[in-house]
Design a protein. Structure first.
Lengths: 634, 204
């Protein structure tokens, strides 16, 4: 409905097409600054890493299917277990939600033509890609990280782990953190400054609130991990002492800094899922989210409380009781914003006229897993229960219900939901519903029996277990479940791959969505909107008069900005337009800078510090070249 | 209707755009968020310093000299004072007086270079006196101090970069760069106070 264009408007649209066109072919993808293309690059890259992490999981499940199985050696199992965790968290869920969904959708939802820093956006992607490859080189050299994704010292220190394994982990994650920090800065500034005229803070879509909360969490959580990793590298390779008691260090320092990052990280994983749920539910319930401000507040509150709960990962380390009690109380507090959201989602569905198509079914699965995983989460906040079950499979059950069931199901639902927007074609609804049930059953069968195993005393992180413990049947059912789940995921992939080429045309708005991405064509043009929309509610696409007014503006040439690569910037709270920005177009520098950065990290890994210095100098020179050409020179 | 970021290419026009602004530019916000994450980074370093200290009976450990008081304080005072010319430069540039802005920046850069040279000399001297491989105290001491010196160095590079770019005149883009650089510079000076304050705390 967006581009029913009349004659004078058509002329302007043609001009926009020329101005925003990008080079064709591979070169276009290597130099792109279009947030939608970068989103797609993120999407396919993270899918590959998801596949790798999935294969690692299946190998581990095969090894654990029976007692005393010998598919994997203990060393290989350790590496696969660590890589599975690192991959799924750093190379799949976060780049998938923030990189792929965030990049593609945030500018569209706020009515902007690009991110605030388009080249830095490309930089985030290339740094992410190279950091992922960096970590995976270790696996192919049979020297992958092997001390778990939490990488506890002293196991990760040189005397116990003399190879390069941990150096791949530490340097790779510092590298990855640079990418995430750049992305988070970009999302925050984009959200603050590039919203369409009239989209004041209280009219921001809830998905945008979730992405804002995630970005703020990353900004304040990642430095803690970076510090920890720098300490680790300094201790391993430069003789510093941070973690060994003999020289006045403390192994608990690692855990404090790690979980000060690690727990906000969990909410960084789950918050985008909540944002996707708050996008899908109103569309299929055909009504606005109830308690909109409360839900927005709850999203921010989850991120905020996430910074005060880290020591509940350390209840068994002998911390003083007063600390245990504080962190126990803080952990229980997370229930409040979570429950607000669960009630808001379910009541919105109840009050609306829900149409249970595949995306909404995935959100149903998400709520089910989130409630179950949340309940076991509250149990861990109780200190005695935590001390009894820590390091057992009960913990594995809990966090997989959360970071697979609750975090990944909305991603899968979101893939179906925005598939028509991205490709312009519809997926197959029947097959999509089937894929949901297969994935749902697979997930439940894989992860639910882990609760029982945990209560029966099976410890985590073991590569095998003896016969006669009564654990065999549960383990076998988990392995069967893992393969069923894989079948469900492959069904989704097949559905989307087939529909990409053979699906019926979808049109701009197949589901009647309320946010701005549905007001433009599918797939959206490079410039997103032929005319910058003016917004008067949180569901602007449900205000037909306003969208009609946009079309009038296109005829009259107002808010079209067809004189250059332009998008308007506005005031932070009220979104009053303030200036017109000339945005950078395609650029080779993000890729070049990422290659130099990758060189720097490889040299640090092999400890050629002089060459590393040369690469650092190259990084500075590339930055200078990058900033030499200014907007007025374009 | 609104100013375009490409419009202002002389100091006079930049001053006009600056007067008409309703909100701070994207570059300023980008720097603000970056400063937030950097501040957190130093927060974890300072947190580590006290975490290790409270786990140790004697701090600094036996055989390690107490931190010196006068010289670090004087040097920090000189560094913090450079915030004044940097802020004056922003003020002058936003009113179209590019010449005074560049002079103030040059003054700041010269003082910073002197500060950094002096500090590096002290750093090397201290490393020989109590190397970081000796104890957790010296490890966090040099990590924290080294991290701050690195930030001073990067801030200096930014100021030199602005000086280089404004040699051919002022544009809105460069004005935004100057504002962001000044923000970063003030932040580094606040950090200097926090880092030095932590490191001198055993004397209190």
């Amino acid at each position: 409905m967006a581009t029913t264009v009349t004659e004078p408007g058509l002329e302007r649209v043609r001009r926009l097409e020329t101005i925003w066109a990008e080079p064709r072919g591979v070169l276009g993808w290597l130099t792109t600054t279009d947030h939608k293309r970068i989103g797609l690059l993120y999407f396919f890259t993270t899918l590959v890493f998801f596949g790798a992490g999935g294969v690692e999981a299946l190998l581990m499940r095969t090894q654990l299917s029976q007692p005393n199985e010998k598919v994997l050696s203990p060393e290989t199992y350790d590496q696969l277990m660590t890589m599975h965790g690192v991959t799924m968290i750093f190379l799949f869920v976060i780049p998938m939600t923030i990189g792929a969904f965030g990049n593609y959708l945030v500018p569209l939802m706020i009515g902007a033509r690009d991110m605030a820093f388009p080249r830095m956006n490309a930089l985030s992607y290339w740094l992410f890609l190279f950091s992922g490859l960096f970590i995976y080189i270790g696996l192919f050299m049979h020297a992958a990280p092997n001390a778990g994704w939490f990488n506890y010292v002293p196991l990760a220190l040189k005397p116990f782990n003399p190879g390069r394994n941990i150096d791949f982990y530490a340097l790779g994650l510092i590298f990855n953190g640079v990418s995430s920090t750049a992305a988070a800065i970009n999302f925050i500034v984009t959200t603050f400054k590039l919203r369409a005229p009239g989209m004041s803070m209280n009219r921001m879509p809830l998905f945008i609130f979730a992405m804002l909360a995630v970005s703020l969490s990353l900004i304040f959580a990642l430095p803690s991990l970076t510090t920890d990793l720098v300490f680790l590298e300094l201790q391993r390779n430069a003789g510093f002492h941070f973690f060994d008691v003999a020289h006045g260090g403390s192994p608990l320092l690692w855990q404090h800094l790690f979980w000060l990052f690690g727990h906000p990280e969990v909410y960084i994983i789950i918050l985008p899922a909540m944002g996707i749920a708050t996008s899908i539910i109103p569309t299929f319930a055909k009504r606005k989210m109830i308690a909109f401000p409360l839900v927005a507040l709850a999203e921010l509150l989850v991120a905020f409380i996430g910074f005060g709960v880290w020591a509940h990962h350390m209840f068994a380390t002998g911390l003083p009781t007063i600390q245990l009690v504080f962190f126990s109380a803080a952990s229980m507090m997370v229930v409040i914003p979570s429950a607000i959201q669960i009630y808001a989602w379910t009541i919105t569905v109840n009050l609306g006229r829900p149409d249970f198509r595949a995306p909404l079914m995935f959100i149903g699965g998400f709520i089910a897993f989130f409630v179950l995983g949340g309940l076991s989460g509250i149990m861990f906040a109780a200190i005695p229960f935590d001390q009894a079950t820590t390091d057992t499979y009960f913990v594995v059950a809990h966090f997989h219900f959360i970071i697979f069931g609750a975090a990944v199901f909305p991603i899968l639902g979101g893939m179906y939901y925005w598939f028509p927007k991205v490709t312009g074609r519809m997926y197959h609804e029947g097959l999509a519903k089937t894929s949901f049930w297969v994935a749902f059953v697979g997930t439940a069968l894989t992860f639910f029996p882990m609760h029982m195993l945990g209560l029966l005393g099976m410890t985590r992180r073991v590569y095998t277990y003896p016969d006669g413990m009564g654990w065999g049947a549960y383990n076998l059912s988990e392995t069967v479940g893992a393969f069923i789940l894989t079948a469900g995921l492959l069904t989704i992939a097949a559905n989307l791959a087939y529909s990409r080429f053979r699906g019926p045309p979808a049109g701009p708005d197949p589901f009647g969505g309320g946010t701005l991405e549905w007001s433009t064509t599918s797939p959206p043009p490079h410039y997103n909107f032929p005319v910058i929309p003016v917004v008067r509610s949180a569901y602007p696409n449900w205000d037909p008069a306003d969208r009609e007014a946009d079309r009038g503006r296109l005829r009259r040439g107002e808010l079209v900005y067809d004189e250059g690569h332009e998008t308007p910037a506005a005031t932070v709270v009220d979104a009053v337009p303030d200036e017109v920005l000339e945005m950078p177009s395609e650029s080779p520098w993000p890729l070049v800078l990422s290659v130099c950065t990758a060189g720097l990290f490889v040299m640090l890994l092999v400890r050629h510090y002089v060459v590393a210095g040369v690469f650092a100098l190259l990084v500075l020179l590339v930055l200078a070249a990058w900033h030499w050409k200014e907007p007025q020179d374009q | 209707m609104f100013p375009r970021s490409t419009e202002a290419t002389t100091a006079f026009e930049v001053a006009r755009v600056e007067r008409g602004r309703l909100a701070r530019p994207n570059g300023w916000w980008g720097m603000a968020v970056f400063v937030a994450t950097e501040a957190t980074l130093f927060g974890t370093l300072i947190g580590t310093y006290f975490f290790l200290r409270f786990d140790t009976a004697e701090w600094p450990p036996p055989g390690v000299p107490e931190p010196k008081l006068t010289l670090p304080l004087v040097l920090t005072g000189i560094l913090v004072a450079t915030s004044i010319p940097v802020q004056l430069a922003v003020r002058a540039a936003s009113r179209g007086r590019l010449g005074s802005a560049r002079a103030a920046l040059l003054l700041a850069a010269v003082v910073q270079a002197g500060y950094l040279g002096m500090q590096l000399h002290l750093f090397v001297h201290d490393v020989h006196e109590f190397p970081p491989s000796g104890s957790a105290y010296s490890s966090i001491y040099f990590t924290m101090l080294g991290a701050h010196h690195l930030h001073v160095f990067l801030g200096m590079l930014l100021i030199l970069w602005i000086l280089l770019r404004t040699a051919t005149g002022l544009t809105s883009y460069r004005m935004n760069g100057l504002r962001a650089t000044a923000f970063y510079w003030h932040f580094i000076n606040v950090l200097a106070l926090c880092v030095v304050g932590s490191q001198l705390s055993p004397l209190a």
